[in-house]
Design a protein around this ligand. Sequence first.
Ligand code: GAL
Length: 973
Amino acid sequence: MNSTQHTPPLPYYEDVSPGTGCLPPRAWAPGSDAARLSLGGTWAFRLSPTAAAEDDSFARPGYDASGWGEIPVPAHWVLHGHGAPIYTNVNYPFPVDPPRVPTENPTGDHLRVFDLPGDWPTSGQAVLRFEGVESCARVWLNGEELGTFKGSRLPHEFAVAGLLKPSGNVLAVRVHQWSSGSYLEDQDQWWLPGIFREVTLLHRPAGSVADFFVHASYDHVGGTGTLRVDAEPGGGRVTVPELGLDLATGESATVAVEPWTAETPRLYEGTLTTGGETVSLRIGFRTVLVEDGVFKVNGHRVLFRGVNRHEFHPVTGRALDLATMRRDLELMKRHNINAVRTSHYPPHPAFLDLCDELGLWVVDECDLETHGFVDLDWRNNPVDDDRWTPALVDRAARMVERDKNHPSIVMWSLGNECGTGRGLSAMADWIRERDPSRVIHYEGDLSCADTGIYSRMYAPHAEVAQIGARTEAPWGDAALDARRRELPFIQCEYAHAMGNGPGGLSEYQRLFETHERLQGGFVWEWIDHGFARHTPNGTPYYAYGGDFGEELHDGNFVCDGLLFPDRTPSPGLIEYKKVIEPVRIEGDGSGGTVRITNGHDFTDLSHLAFSWRYEAEGVAVGSGELAVPPLAPGESADLKLPAPAATAPGEETRWTVEARLAAATAWGEAGHVVAWAQLPGSAAAAPASVTATGAPRRGGDRIVLGPGTFDAATGTLTDLGGLTLTGPRLDLWRAPTDNDNGASWQPDERYGLIWRELGLHRLQHRVDAVDLADRELTVRTRVAPAATDVGLTAVYQWTADGDRLRLAVSVTPLGEWSCPLPRLGVRLGVPAALGAAEWFGGGPGEAYPDTRAASRLGRWALSVDEMQTPYVRPQENGARADVRWARLTAPDGTGLRIEGHPPFWFTARRWTTEQLDAAEHTPDLVASPDTVWVNLDHGQQGIGSQSCGPGVLEPHRLLVAPAEFSFTFAPLG
Ligand code: GAL
């Protein structure tokens, strides 16, 4: 520390101590039968601009707070009209001078007067408990100061028995936005001060349980569980009626049990009874172990199909209700997610109960991040300064003691992005001593000196493959390198889900399934942290960094989740669900067989019902059940499909095989699709060719060819069978995605920027020739941006039969291109009335070359409006892959049919790409009253994950090369 110009002692909110006056941390015990009183609800509230603006007289009984405002507890005051949220990723939004904080330190005084219920016990003790206050609190009860604390997402308790009165108790809490604790809480998220989790008064009867630790292991060889519950004070009894157990605390027993796993979250109800209290227990038997370089639970390798979850709600911030927590977990389970990293702090404790109940592996992470020191070369990093170590160990202890009884937690994580230092080692030592039954995780130290698992974030595929082979580059210390290579590996963060994407998930999953050491990962992240706001005229949108007048902010980097802020799954989540599905269904359709492989770690397939469907041109022509044996994990079976139904010649057919839940579970309905695949049937016949029968005729400023009318000067199609059209003509631009743009620290290949610099958003089309031949119209053009000699020639060759027009496009690159293209195709404007789309191709959702696993071939119908993916920051979206034909129709049935050869990427929207590119929030997108813009693309650049991770893998890049593709247009109605 080298803070300047202060005379010790520092005020409590700036000193490095974790606080004063708190009780030692202990296990969360929602199942206690002791009396409790929620102190949530409406409190009196006053916000001051500095910590010292007001004295503490408000804490005294009799204080007149009638002039104050009100605030709900739990809540963040910045979401209730007092001040505003601030979003920064790495940067501290204040000068870095630890442990000092700015004089401008918004301070919220909270006041609540309460009575004890009539039946509140008169004997025993009482405890006042805070589940979470950001970032530092000072607490008084009835005028007596109880103490102070920091550690925003950690519980703190005070003994209050002697101070309570039957009625008129005055609870006063002063909360400072900034404190020394803020230096330890530099997570990439909104800074949201306030009492954001519950405040509760807990009765502690004489002889009550001070703390308890459930040790419930599982021996997978013998099929037995061993239970021992340690409790303070001793002398209690533990019962588990279902297992016939009645034990003294501290005594162990081994009996046959069903184990707990994330796939089979078997919990046994029990009780812990002491003289004064009964606590209900939910016991899950399981054993976590690293053995032979592999992370195992109950003797089996586990593959994490995980996500990083911040607590977020678009209206209430990190003050989450139980229904939202349950919704998160149900959504995860329904999308095949089996693991959560609680990035980057312990979640609300009830969330962990739900993880136990619904079955998720949990990496519980401590409330610790000091990332803002990175740009200072980690100078004065608190985790490497002994003066801060008590605060760090206090945080570790509060996490472990609160959460230690959850079977779902399999790893303790020291925190996130803190660099390295002795404080981290002290935390790890403390945790290992207190709970050797779980593995310690921390990503920021590649030596892995303190951890039991090797963890990285955003490592590219090639490096992950190397790690999988245990041949990763040395880090420094030979002994530690050798030790690390013996450790299992996870990506605690990968696949940055910002905006459109992430791309490259399938390739990662293949690696995880190939190398035993690679035990999966946790996508960054679960949900976009966008706040629900309205424009002045009432249009809803989601706000991100910078929308609250912050001087320093990181824009929409806070919107990088698999869910939109309102918890609607984004295409990224649909893709992830498909990629990680725990059953593999494979086959090339040739031998009439399908191979089913059980990818679960623990369960056989008896909970799933399999079915098949046979489709011709996307329409089911047969379906039935598929009898699949109850394969054990890792087992495969080849199963015969029935003889395919006869279909018309030339029809393209597909088998679709699905695995569905046979019966409802706690998180999914019977029939919920867990896994699926399509196997090819017969291939399509070549598309009906357009026999050129019409001859182009020039008349004045127009050329007529079959049903089409063209501008004679430019050769542009303007009318098709009475339908006014614009184009089609060659088009390359897409509104760069966050992943196209990449992050500032990415060294190269930030194509969104490169394309813009090259001018691909302002192409000029020079018409070199409009040639009329006997049966065709040929338009030769050169398409290029200003100020460079690179470009493309595009030759449009039009032919017609009676009612259809065929366009063959031939593209040749000119000059030295040094980047891939955003897209390659044509853009076409059709009348706005053509608002209904139907297509035979990939769907129902969007897809790009490296995000197309979940796109299935079928007949789909959506309105043009429904085809849009409303990314919080608008960007390229909505392409449908592999489209054979598409129809756009008006309510009166008129419209346009487009057939592509080869299949094409189909996008339709009510604004241009340029308008999409210019938009910063969804209300900036204003539907054109005249036109639906349609992109018919031969190629799309992949998406990648470069907004934080690796770019687009080689095979998914749209390299500049000669190309030929064609479309047939027919008017409808
Ligand atoms: C990681 C960090 C996360 C988040 C992510 C990018 O480096 O641990 O908290 O910032 O990058 O969104």
